[in-house]
Design a protein around this ligand. Structure first.
Ligand code: SAH
Length: 369
């Protein structure tokens, strides 16, 4: 076999040579999460020197407004003390640092917070510790949301679900087949193939997509994301609270191939150089909402990030920051809320326990539109 681009590619190639093609989800899980060579295990991918930039890294306004949103929700929950504040995939801890700074303005909220960070990357756990230790809030790290202790919860996840492995299915005349990753003919790289038999994944497709997609269409499912959304929904039903899921993706389930790689802020072939580029897929918010509501939670939205942040007062916050001499406030504001930037591709889905939703005077803050 000719040498492949890197050690992880070589490992995957041997596995495929021995056992046959693997699912897109297996490929993505190894490329992102392999204990030694996985993309997230070995580096800090964020910022100008990394591969991509996220909303909290663009401006402090993002985390601050989410902190204020959460404070209102906490009061609507009856100000429970303690409250579990959970973040999935906290990155550098920037969103949470801005959140906690804003949370201090609401009496009693910061004192009630027990912080639980779900993070698999050790380099990023170290960054989070540095960013958050000055706040004096008790912090625990988890590999998985299931190990967060019981109690009412507020959960935040920004650009977490887009990093979870997806499966791809393709509709052929006789039904849905699995799209697989195989070695290419000269065994020097990878290529997509389609499973000869029909895929069991069809059961997880949105019924409208499953029945109405045209022949040849590709559709995606994210079993790991559906399972986490269902676990969050079940917990909110039993123990109360709210979750705010923020990501780029579609409000409605639809066919399409959104599997993509980003390296040094540029699009890249997702099958080239596994482990060295960030792999993501669009989040299907309708499917996440369905998983959570089937587990007993209420879903709100999704709404566009621009509409949400505007409803929460980002324009006034930007003006205050500008007057205090902060730099580049207008550029950051545009990137976060303009429709041509992150304003409508990025969306927020809120999930609440049924009791919280039943006690509200109207829609959740930011979800009025
Ligand atoms: N929320 C941050 C970082 C987004 S990057 C921000 O907005 O800047 C994705 C984050 O999810 C990283 O912290 C990554 O290490 C983490 N992550 C990815 N897959 C994960 C998984 N399966 N379990 C836990 N954390 C994961």
């Amino acid at each position: 076999m000719s040498p492949l681009a890197n050690p992880l590619a070589d490992l995957l190639a041997r596995r495929i040579a021995a056992n046959g093609p693997i699912t897109v989800a297996d490929y993505m899980a190894e490329a992102l999460g392999h204990p030694v060579h996985g993309y997230y295990r070995s580096r800090d991918p964020l910022g100008a020197a990394g591969d991509f930039t996220t909303a909290p890294e663009i401006s402090q306004m993002f985390g601050e407004l989410i902190g204020l949103w959460a404070a209102v929700i906490w009061q609507q929950m009856g100000s429970p003390d303690p409250v579990r504040l959970v973040e999935l995939g906290p990155g550098r801890g920037t969103l949470m640092a801005d959140f906690l700074r804003a949370a201090r303005m609401v009496p009693g909220f910061k004192q009630a917070i027990r912080l639980h960070l779900v993070e698999t990357s050790q380099p990023l756990r170290d960054r989070q510790k540095q960013a958050l230790e000055a706040f004096g809030v008790p912090v625990a790290w988890h590999d998985d949301v299931a190990s967060v202790p019981d109690g009412p919860m507020i959960l935040v996840a920004n650009e977490f679900f887009d990093a979870l492995p997806i499966r791809q299915l393709q509709r052929l005349p006789d039904g849905w087949h699995e799209r697989l990753v195989d070695l290419d003919e000269d065994r020097a790289g990878f290529r997509f193939v389609v499973s000869p038999g029909r895929s069991t994944g069809a059961a997880l497709l949105d019924p409208g997509v499953r029945d109405n997609a045209p022949a040849g269409a590709i559709a995606e499912i994210c079993p790991a994301g559906f399972a986490i959304a269902a676990a969050i929904g079940a917990r909110l039903k039993q123990q109360g609270g709210a979750a705010l899921l923020i990501d780029y993706g579609t409000a409605r389930s639809a066919p399409g191939d959104s599997f993509q790689a980003l390296k040094a802020h540029k699009f890249h072939d997702p099958l080239a150089d596994p482990g060295a580029a960030d792999l993501t897929a669009h989040v299907d918010f309708q499917a996440l909402a369905r998983a959570a509501t089937e587990a007993g939670a209420m879903a709100h939205g999704p709404v566009g990030q621009g509409a949400f942040l505007t409803a929460l007062g980002i324009v006034a916050r930007a003006e205050t920051l500008r007057q205090s001499g902060a730099r580049d406030v207008d550029t950051a504001l545009r990137r976060l809320i303009d429709d041509q930037e992150m304003g409508s591709l990025f969306k927020l889905l809120a999930l609440t326990g049924p009791t919280l939703a039943g006690s509200l005077p109207g829609p959740l803050p930011g979800f009025e539109g």
